[in-house]
Design a protein around this ligand. Structure first.
Ligand SMILES: [Zn+2]
Length: 384
């Protein structure tokens, strides 16, 4: 692994960050720590408090350095999930205690460590090119007034990014073995089938919505495609069939079906919507009324182009670790989905086996290795 460890110390910075109990969405001074680290490195730091949109106020930070050349964005979050049952921790969740090669604390992998490693790497980065950081303190909860709002604000200020790294845990076993180049999208839907309520002994005077509901479930469930080069097949799963009926002698008036689609880069929410409506239109309604509702905003799927900066990053990782990273699209959603609307983005961080668990911990060697890899990438990417 890398032999040169950057001069700036990611361990001290990570300890300072962990000692702020920034349980989502409480900021607890954690952005002051970043401000103090970034300002001496020549960054113009802007604190951004966003609120509204049906969610609570959130503290965020945007920092930028340089005015010409390729523009790299680093995105991350300083908020953490609650520690949970304290008796399960052998170290203080916000103590940042070190024992041997391990540093313990909430956020030690998810993802104060990614931020500490990137900032430590910045201390050695060339002063060419442009670097910006978009750091939110609300990724683990609503995420409404976080990264999406920072990027909207930055775009309005005239910032255009060429490539982005999200410092979330991405590795499977060792630093650099895997980077995330895309994510599946998620789409939630609700279908109601309306018939006529009646006595179960007189079915001809009623209209049971359940056979139609069953036909819909059968017609829509399962694979929507055969997958794509970097993604598994898109899949639709029903999660609930509900008639709210507690008795056995009443034919219910209405059935409510809920489903979720995890979808690959072959689909958009709009094309999914059209395809689902098309299947529903082919169902024999038997006199019932079928309605599709889309109750909440979906997260879109994305896949970053693999040429350019992704190739540069892979090459740097290969040179320093001996093997190219696996390109992954696994896992749930992250703020990368917001970043993907502005520029190609990868998630590149630590292995995360203890994230959200008691005794969350990071290996100090991993933290130094990640710092060295970020530093090597910055050197290559920002070279004039
Ligand atoms: Zn995270």
């Amino acid at each position: 692994m890398p032999s040169t460890v950057p001069a700036a110390d990611p361990v001290r910075l990570l300890q300072d960050l962990i000692r702020c109990a920034s349980v989502t969405p409480a900021e607890a001074g954690v952005l002051d720590v970043l401000d103090r680290a970034l300002t001496p490195l020549g960054f113009a730091v802007t604190r951004l408090r966003f609120e509204g949109n049906g969610s609570y106020p959130v503290d965020n930070l945007f920092a930028t350095r340089g005015t010409i050349g390729p523009h790299l964005l680093f995105n991350g979050h300083t908020d953490v999930v609650p520690p949970g049952d304290r008796s399960l921790w052998t170290h203080e969740p916000f103590g940042a205690e070190i024992a041997g090669d391990l540093l313990y604390g909430r956020g030690a992998v998810d993802m104060k460590s990614g931020i500490a490693a990137f900032i430590a790497a910045l201390a050695e980065a060339p002063r060419t090119g442009r670097i910006s950081l978009a750091i939110t303190n609300d990724e683990e909860a609503d995420g409404v007034n976080g990264t999406a709002r920072i990027l909207e604000w930055a775009a309005a200020q005239g910032h255009r990014f060429d490539f982005a790294i999200v410092g979330e845990p991405s590795a499977t076993a060792r630093v650099g073995d895997s980077i995330k180049i895309g994510r599946r999208g998620s789409y939630n839907g609700k279908i109601t089938v309306t018939g006529v309520q009646g006595h179960v002994a007189y079915p001809r005077q009623a209209l049971n919505p359940l056979p139609v509901a069953a036909a819909i479930v059968t017609a829509l469930s399962g694979k929507l495609d055969d997958g794509s080069e970097h993604f598994p097949p898109s899949n639709l799963e029903f999660t609930s069939i509900d008639v709210g009926n507690t008795v056995t002698n009443v034919i219910p008036a209405m059935a409510t079906l809920r489903f979720n689609v995890r979808y690959n880069d072959k689909w958009t929410p709009e094309s999914l919507d059209a395809a689902i409506r098309n299947v529903i239109d082919g169902i024999d309604t038997a006199g019932t009324q079928i309605a599709l509702e889309v109750p909440r905003v979906h997260s879109r799927s994305f896949l970053s182009p693999l040429s350019g900066a992704v190739e540069t990053l892979s090459a740097v990782i290969a040179e320093r670790t001996g093997s190219r990273p696996e390109y992954s699209t696994a896992g749930g959603t992250s703020d990368a989905r917001f970043v993907a609307q502005y520029c190609p983005v990868v998630e590149f961080g630590l292995p995360g086996p203890t994230m959200h668990k008691a005794d969350e911990q990071v290996k100090l060697t991993d933290l130094h290795d990640l710092t060295a890899l970020y530093a090597a990438f910055l050197k290559r990417y920002l070279a004039p």
